[in-house]
Design a protein around this ligand. Sequence first.
Ligand code: ATP
Length: 346
Amino acid sequence: MTHVSIQELTKIYPGSVTPALDRLSIEIASGELTALLGPSGCGKTTTMKMIAGLLETTSGDILFNDRSILRDKPENRGVVMVFQNYLLFPYMSVADNVGFGLKMRKTDPAEIKRRVGEMLDLVKLPDVGDRKPSALSGGQQQRIALARALIVQPEVLLLDEPLSNLDAHLRFEMRDLIRQLQQDMGITTIFVTHDQEEAVVLADRVALILDGQMKQYDTPDAFYKRPVDEATARFFGGHNFIPGTSNGGVFDGLLGKLVLPDGAISGPGKLTFRPENVRIGHTHGEANNLNATLEDVIYLGTQTRLKLRVGDVGVEAVVNPNEVEGFSPGDSVPIHLPPATLWVIA
Ligand code: ATP
């Protein structure tokens, strides 16, 4: 079991003035899966390569179980990295690909055969050992790449966008398989993705990185409920932002006075709430009831997006279609903002 501590990790590429990664600090408990989340170019792959030992660090440290690994050669770090484009050896059979790491460790051939069989079972491809990788689909190749990584029982598994080349159906399947294998084997894992949904479904904790800077390192839930700033909230999609002032308990802004949950900051800021937390109808005996005007209705299939106006302020809501049956643009719509779903950012 390996606890990973990344401390102020920084990379400035030669010839560049701005860091590709700027003082990243995260702690990953043994057996946990952390997702590094961010848009293209934010520094995710740079981070992974430094952990794997494929790229020199500019400053900062990486510790496994309280010991710095920076001076260790890549092959001695106990790290295995799976890339987006699988990188299987094309001329080797699938079984030889999966067993490659054990062969390098001079494991007994009979033992290799046994463990390759076990791994192929685990990734649900028991019958493809004799084929060449080119005779497999993209999804199957990706599962083989995972098997090849896991067979050596790495201390730390690095997965760099492993699902991005797969279609939606296979992505869901692989996502579940990765989570199951990672938990069963208790391997501390770092998973890179630009897809916020993938990050929240897979990870114990998510580190959101924007332009080389880590914005928030938190449980998936916290990104929805307590984003640290507007950029973070926006990355998770569809927040409302209302300027005003908080006294900790009440927010006074363009929507009037609204009751806040415990723990909200005081001072000038922006009230933020997610469209799916806007309720249609007033809740009796509670604060935070407002009257809105319906401006537009956008059907999304299983949900409906509403563009509302409260006074001069636009508010977005996402509701069940049956909640707004019979409402038309121009109508007055009573809404409720549950205090527990509000949050204030500086
Ligand atoms: P993607 O999702 O597209 O893979 P990423 O988040 O993994 O992106 P990185 O590949 O880590 O991003 O790149 C971070 C920044 O560092 C980018 O601005 C990139 O242009 C720059 N960069 C990456 N590799 C080098 C290099 N070898 N030399 C100079 N700059 C580099």
